[in-house]
Design a protein around this ligand. Structure first.
Ligand SMILES: Nc1nc2c(c(=O)[nH]1)N[C@H]1C(S)=C(S)[C@@H](COP(=O)(O)OP(=O)(O)OC[C@H]3O[C@@H](n4cnc5c(=O)[nH]c(N)nc54)[C@H](O)[C@@H]3O)O[C@H]1N2
Ligand SMILES: Nc1nc2c(c(=O)[nH]1)N[C@H]1C(S)=C(S)[C@@H](COP(=O)(O)OP(=O)(O)OC[C@H]3O[C@@H](n4cnc5c(=O)[nH]c(N)nc54)[C@H](O)[C@@H]3O)O[C@H]1N2
Ligand code: SF4
Ligand SMILES: [Mo]
Length: 709
């Protein structure tokens, strides 16, 4: 029969509650937990596969050390103590010999999904005084964070679509039917959309592909990749320049910069947007007016736009649309969460800053202490003071996930030393001298410090580990503690004793202990004891409106709609020649069963029809005399790959699409099953020179040529 346990899925931002059935140390059943107040029983195919990560024989369970090079590389298991010393000796050696900046650090996506990473990993990250800090943020949501910082005064004070109450929902460059939502924790998106439509609401999607989300929407329009900025600015133009005297928008008394917005959008007419984007001017006008007239409405944009050439301008325009239509901070609009642990209000996560320093080689600005990851390769390869000679990666795979990954892969071979905290030998960690594998989701306590902050409903939940860890395993927070303390002890330049003692004490407290403290500090009335009694989670109600200006993180308590950086970039947009529109451009895509570059080791997620193909409009295929199903060569400025092509009417003419996270390497990689998954890495085509003003990589809208292979 087995024993029932409450678990939580950490594989995407939806943070679904799970009900597991276990027998001894085996998971024999996984289903969604119907008692969970946020996820309400929802689960997707990946949630079931969480058991596969736990059981995977290819997963590392003990530290390994690389012996030999390239194809001759072997992995030798070593003890934890030896592994920690090896890492600390080498990191400290490089820092002592070459300075703080000689150490590069990269944090990947699963860090946001681990409590220990949030409490102890960030402390380790900060303890290194290097400028060479990187993360997946700059191939993802950096524009959202930068705009939130500039407009509201905190990088993570992000308004969330109130999907459960809105009557008009515009989705720009997101596909939550496949991704389950992002910067919008929205478990069971399909049901919430059905509910929205059942109460008479509408969902409109702008996307160069007729996606799964487009197919359940009331309306879908193609937009040429990289041109959303013109469309969103034209919507603002309609609301301001074309408004009748009765309809001129007014804004709340705590909002500054409306006049500047009106000036900036004056020349961005719907006709100009049509010429660039392909979306008819009449439709742009209608959409803007529908949003303004709706009882409540919200515009939401995601990675198709934030990882594009104008991510920051787009995200700013989305914010302006929500503000100018009166939908910010009100039910059915773009709202702010009130989580039991408010990582923003308490200052647990810093406000952020921008351009306090720049990258050594290309002079790219930092944001919130991180440099754009598109610069990592050149910082490793370019000799001179401040060159990255040692690298520490944590839960990431930048070789497959960042632009021109192939060249980053080659650059990594030139490092003096590399260490990785990861549960697999992947395309990136294969270059490490040492890999330290922590426990996985089912073996550690969890409280979500990040995604309650971004959720469509306020809830709190503490999930104790389903399985106790084995004595010879380490939690990630323990790994971070050891790396931090042992490295610090070996540095020539030591921090003052008092500081070191405080650091040691902080790193020695467990994440669960810290959560207990943080909950007590909050005003929600939720305690750890209460959460332990109600493992399904506690409902704290729908999102609350009317919180501004009191809760604004900005010291001025004002919203600034006209930050200088954005004003300048809109001016740049006004002066660039409109994209020609006659070349093919490449965009990304996600499938419900994919999980960035990992989970391809799970049999249940990879069997069935392959989904790695280049999707292309049949007209574009015919024009090039390419057969559906044949192999084609896709070439960009930086690289070239060979892959099968599949004809699809869902693609806008002139646009091709490849999923990211494919193209698994053989050499030195231990993930046996992934190697048999066909496909190429889209990031062998994406271009590290194509960046948004924030430094985020423009992974979407990359010019390519497609020819028969
Ligand atoms: N072209 C293109 N590129 C993209 C994107 C795109 O849309 N198009 N999307 C971008 C986005 S949004 C993101 S977030 C990035 C993701 O990019 P990355 O974060 O660099 O890569 P992931 O594929 O998420 O790799 C996660 C790694 O963490 C490991 N891991 C899993 N769980 C744990 C754990 O609990 N602890 C530790 N220590 N390790 C763990 C896995 O084994 C895996 O190796 O990719 C980006 N790249
Ligand atoms: N199944 C699954 N779920 C995931 C992940 C995964 O790998 N697999 N990754 C997780 C992560 S790390 C993240 S950040 C989120 C991302 O969540 P989403 O942002 O929802 O990610 P995508 O599904 O890639 O959706 C991006 C959409 O943008 C469209 N697009 C591309 N270029 C443009 C453009 O120029 N303009 C417009 N308007 N649209 C464009 C694409 O066609 C695509 O439909 O998903 C998370 N959830
Ligand atoms: S939707 Fe996301 S959190 Fe929910 S089960 Fe699927 S992968 Fe896990
Ligand atoms: Mo992401």
């Amino acid at each position: 029969m087995g024993e029932k346990r409450i678990g939580v899925c950490n594989l995407c931002e939806a943070i679904c509650g799970l009900e597991l059935t276990i027998e001894g140390r085996d998971v024999v059943g996984v289903r969604g937990n119907p008692a969970d107040p946020l996820s309400r029983g929802h689960i997707c195919p990946k949630g079931v596969a969480i058991a596969d990560v736990y059981a995977d024989p290819d997963r590392l369970r003990r530290p390994v050390r690389r012996v030999g090079e390239g194809t001759d590389a072997r992995w030798q298991e070593i003890g934890w103590d030896e592994a920690f010393d090896l890492v600390a000796d080498n990191l400290a050696r490089v820092i002592n010999e070459h300075g703080d900046d000689a150490l590069g650090v990269y944090l990947g996506n699963p860090n946001a999904h681990s409590l220990g990473s949030m409490t102890h990993g960030t402390a380790m990250f900060k303890s290194f005084r290097t400028k060479n800090r990187y993360s997946a943020t700059s191939v993802d949501q950096l524009p959202h964070q930068l705009v939130a910082h500039l407009v509201f005064g905190h990088q993570l004070f992000l308004p969330i679509p109130d999907i459960d109450r809105t009557s008009w929902f515009l989705v720009v460059g997101g596909n939550p039917m496949a991704s389950n939502g992002s910067l919008m924790t929205v478990p069971d998106f399909p049901q919430r959309v059905r509910d929205l439509r059942a109460r008479g609401g509408r969902m409109v999607v702008l996307d160069p592909r007729r996606t799964e989300t487009a197919k359940v929407a009331d309306e879908h329009h193609f937009v040429r990749p990289g041109t959303d900025a013109w469309v969103l600015l034209a919507m603002l133009h309609v609301l301001t320049a074309e408004a009748s005297p009765d309809d001129v928008p007014t804004v709340a008394s705590y909002v500054d910069g409306l006049d500047t917005v009106v000036e900036l959008v004056a020349e961005f007419t719907p006709e100009r947007a049509e010429a660039v984007s392909g979306l008819p001017a009449a439709e742009i006008r209608r959409l803007a007016r529908e949003l303004a007239a709706a009882d409540s409405g919200v515009v939401y944009s995601r990675i198709g736009v934030s990882a594009g050439p104008w991510g920051t301008v787009c995200q700013w325009a989305v914010t302006c649309l929500n503000v100018l239509t009166g939908n910010l901070d009100r039910p059915g609009g773009a709202m702010f969460t009130t989580p039991a642990i408010d990582a923003v209000g308490t200052g647990l996560i810093g406000r952020g800053h921008h351009d306090a320093w720049r990258s050594r080689v290309r002079g790219l600005p930092e944001t919130a202490g991180e440099l754009p990851v598109a610069a990592l390769r050149e910082e490793i390869e370019t000799p001179g003071e401040g060159q990255v000679r040692a690298l520490l990666t944590v839960a990431g795979n930048p070789v497959l996930s960042t632009p021109d990954g192939a060249r980053l892969d080659r650059a990594m071979r030139g490092l003096d030393f590399m260490a990785a905290v990861d549960i697999y030998v992947n395309e990136t960690t294969r270059h490490a001298d040492v890999i330290l594998p922590p426990t996985t989701a089912l073996e550690r306590d969890h409280y979500d410090l990040v995604f309650h902050l971004l959720a469509v409903r306020n809830t709190a939940r503490f999930t104790p580990a389903v399985f106790e860890k084995e004595p010879d395993q380490r939690h990630d927070w323990q790994v971070f503690r050891e790396i931090t303390l042992r490295t610090a002890a070996r540095l020539d330049r030591k921090a003052p004793l008092k500081k070191r003692l405080v650091q040691r004490a902080r790193l020695t407290a467990s994440p669960t202990f810290l959560i207990g403290q943080l909950l007590r500090r909050g005003s929600s009335g939720v305690t750890l004891a209460k959460l332990r009694r109600r493992p399904a989670g506690v409902d704290l109600g729908p999102l609350r409106g009317g919180q501004l200006p009191d809760r604004l993180p900005a010291r001025s308590k004002r919203v600034d709609l006209a930050p200088a950086l954005v004003v300048q970039d809109v001016a740049r947009l006004a002066s660039v020649p409109a994209p020609a529109g006659d070349e093919l451009v490449l965009i990304g895509r996600r499938d419900q069963r994919d999980c960035n570059s990992w989970m391809h080791n799970s049999e249940r997620l990879t069997r069935g029809r392959p989904r790695h193909q280049l999707l292309m409009n049949p007209g574009d295929l015919a024009q090039r005399a390419i057969q559906n199903g044949s192999r084609v060569r896709v070439t960009s400025r930086v690289g070239s790959v060979e892959v099968e092509v599949a004809a699809s009417d869902d693609l806008m003419p002139g646009v091709v699409s490849l999923p990211h996270g494919y193209g698994h390497a053989g050499d030195g990689v231990l993930m046996s099953r992934s190697r048999d998954v066909p496909g190429v890495s889209v990031n062998d085509l994406t271009d590290p020179e194509l960046l948004d003003v924030s430094g985020n990589a423009a992974l979407n809208g990359v010019p390519v040529a497609v020819t028969p292979a």
